[in-house]
Design a protein around this ligand. Structure first.
Ligand code: FE2
Length: 296
């Protein structure tokens, strides 16, 4: 059974426990999620002017399109206003800012039957926990413009508690930061970077897709198996997502059950406290930062 909670009044602690058990939470747009969406739109509309961002893919040549994104995405990700608005979204949703740490919000684009590599890579089915995310990680996702079932992501709830064969054993976050990410902007048409991937067939259907208006917030465990479905909508999907952890969960080892993640290292060093952007205690990060040679 997968429960989808809509505008739940549940406390953050209870919600985290339910998310770790595989439930999904969906919220109507909040004041800060709407502000975050407005901020992303303003930035994207300036970058793609005179084109409407979801349609710009039909008006620009591949290299020009990628060039706009290569500038737009880091600008959004690193903008202090983005972080400030994420803090607002977390408080709107009842997370304790003194205990909650988040990673910078990403602006993602998924073109429709267009480019399929580098910055517009269509991810295969995966769990974020294959990419060195902590088992207590929660993902927050919201559309920037209207979305439809052919340009959102699909969840595969039947695999939440069941492992699948995958190559996460070859992934270490620190190595990825050192060698992989730097080359993303140069890869327009082919995808050559080593990423954890499935090593078996999946029963992908039935899947579950969540459609909210822009600024609606979907929260799910980083251990959910999910797929960015091939976009056949004719429009580029723009979405914002960020990840968050609660200090008590990281300290106690609470989180989803690890059914198949064998990666090493940790992304915990990237998380910042919602109140003052302080990092997690260094010894806590180090305790999670396993090395490839230690993989079992
Ligand atoms: Fe993901």
């Amino acid at each position: 059974m997968t429960v989808l909670h809509f505008d739940s009044p549940m406390s953050d602690a209870e919600r985290r426990a339910r998310l770790f058990a595989g439930d999904l939470f969906v919220y109507s747009p909040t004041p800060h999620s709407m502000a975050l969406v407005a901020f992303a739109r303003e930035m994207a509309e300036t970058a793609f002017a005179p084109h409407f961002p979801p349609d710009a893919q039909h008006h620009l040549a591949g290299p020009d399109y990628v060039r706009v994104l290569a500038d737009l995405k880091p600008t959004f990700i690193n903008h202090p206003r983005s972080a400030e608005l994420v803090r607002g979204v977390l408080s709107d949703l009842g997370a304790d800012p003194g205990q909650t740490y988040f990673d910078v919000p990403r602006l993602r684009t998924m073109t429709s039957e267009y480019l399929n590599a580098g910055l517009t890579l269509q991810f295969e089915s995966h769990r974020d926990t294959w990419f060195s995310a902590p088992m207590s990680q929660l993902n927050f996702w919201m559309p920037v413009y209207d979305v439809v079932e052919s340009n959102v992501m699909a969840f595969h709830p039947r695999y939440f508690g069941t492992g699948v064969r995958n190559s996460s054993r070859n992934y270490n976050y620190a190595e990825w930061v050192a060698y992989g990410r730097a080359t993303a902007a140069q890869q327009v048409h082919t995808e050559t970077r080593e990423q954890p991937r499935l090593e078996q067939d999946l029963e992908r259907e039935p899947d579950l897709r969540v459609i909210t208006p822009p600024g609606g917030v979907l929260i799910f465990s980083g251990a959910q198996l999910h797929t960015t479905v091939p976009n056949t909508s004719g429009r580029t999907r723009f979405s914002i997502d960020f990840r968050a952890v609660n200090l008590a969960d990281v300290e106690s080892g609470a989180g989803a059950h690890n059914v198949d993640s064998e990666c090493t290292g940790t992304t915990l060093g990237d998380f910042r406290r919602a109140t003052d952007l302080a990092p997690l205690p260094a010894e806590l990060v180090e305790a999670h930062d396993t090395l490839p040679s230690q993989a079992g």
